[in-house]
Design a protein around this ligand. Sequence first.
Ligand SMILES: Nc1ncnc2c1ncn2[C@@H]1O[C@H](COP(=O)(O)OP(=O)(O)OP(=O)(O)O)[C@@H](O)[C@H]1O
Ligand SMILES: [Mg+2]
Length: 361
Amino acid sequence: MALLEIQGVTRRFGDFAAVDDVSLAVESGEFFTLLGPSGCGKTTLLRMIAGFDLPDAGRIVLDGRDLAASPPERRPVRTVFQSYALFPHMTVEGNVAFPLQMAGVPASGMAAKIAGALEDVRLTGFGKRMPHELSGGQRQRVALARALVTHPTVLLLDEPLAALDAKLREEMQIELINLQKEVGITFVYVTHDQTEALALSHRIAVMNRGRVEQLDEPSRIYGQPATRFVADFIGQCNLLSGPVLDCSGGVASLDVDGVGVIRAAAPAAVARGARGTVALRPEKIRIAASVPAGSPDNHVRGTVADLLYMGDVTVYKVGTERGARLEALLANSQSGRAQFFEVGDAVEMSWAVDAGHYLAE
Ligand SMILES: Nc1ncnc2c1ncn2[C@@H]1O[C@H](COP(=O)(O)OP(=O)(O)OP(=O)(O)O)[C@@H](O)[C@H]1O
Ligand SMILES: [Mg+2]
């Protein structure tokens, strides 16, 4: 049995369903992420797990127990928010002690627990400081220590790194991964940042308009997106759509709008005449002056319309002869790479038949 089960949970504000019949199960010890654009219902779902808000329908079950009747303070759940919400007039120690005091932990046992929590977040020696004497990352670590000190069964984190700059955010991501491994507490993490979700999570639920569109491991979310929304939201993706001309032997031919006929690995059930879509990541496309004759790969001619040099890679936007625009990403250090292209260069793009992912949608 999963540790935390969300069963058919709906939350409406007036006629609008902010969370719409969501079901998912989080395993014990998992780093689980709710990922989706602003307004898709992530915080609303998290607030219901914490008990700050109640579902209009469905159940939330933790460790086999329905939480409906438990107020927030009685749930073995803590939340870390984007704004650190530290008490500004209390020392670090005072902040971390607060939930212990609320829980009636005797003073004699407190010092060891506080020291343990500060050690978990690598803030040993910072106990006497005031919040304003800490950096943003350190403040967020105090907030983490304060949430962990009572050893909750589940830790909820709502965009905890969103206020930090990019470099610090990356450092804190690594720390969060290590911290979660060390303390072994189940994390339910909310973010709208797909790279953060991919980097941190064991599994990701991609949400859109109050619903879960896909629930999978990061590599499958990235490599085998279930829907057009997921493909588009998770990183850059070329979506090649058009009528299916033929499908046999696990390969479909599609007459893609603006591109022409391509072949793509597809499930057997794809019907001729239906519209199909293939999601093709930019890094799967090769660019050359021309593709050798007889290559079994897909190939399409075009002209470089734009390029973006990004140090390790270059992103090329290539216009096809029939008016579509594809994005290709080439590593600049690729061995044997002799040629770079400029805006206006005629090129030929190619990709293997199994490089794209046929969308089930
Ligand atoms: N108390 C409320 N009353 C009315 N509408 C609300 C309320 N709380 C949330 N909503 C609406 O529900 C939807 C989901 O909000 P929610 O805060 O869960 O989004 P989110 O996914 O956390 O977004 P963000 O990434 O911006 O934090 C939004 O359209 C929001 O305006
Ligand atoms: Mg939110």
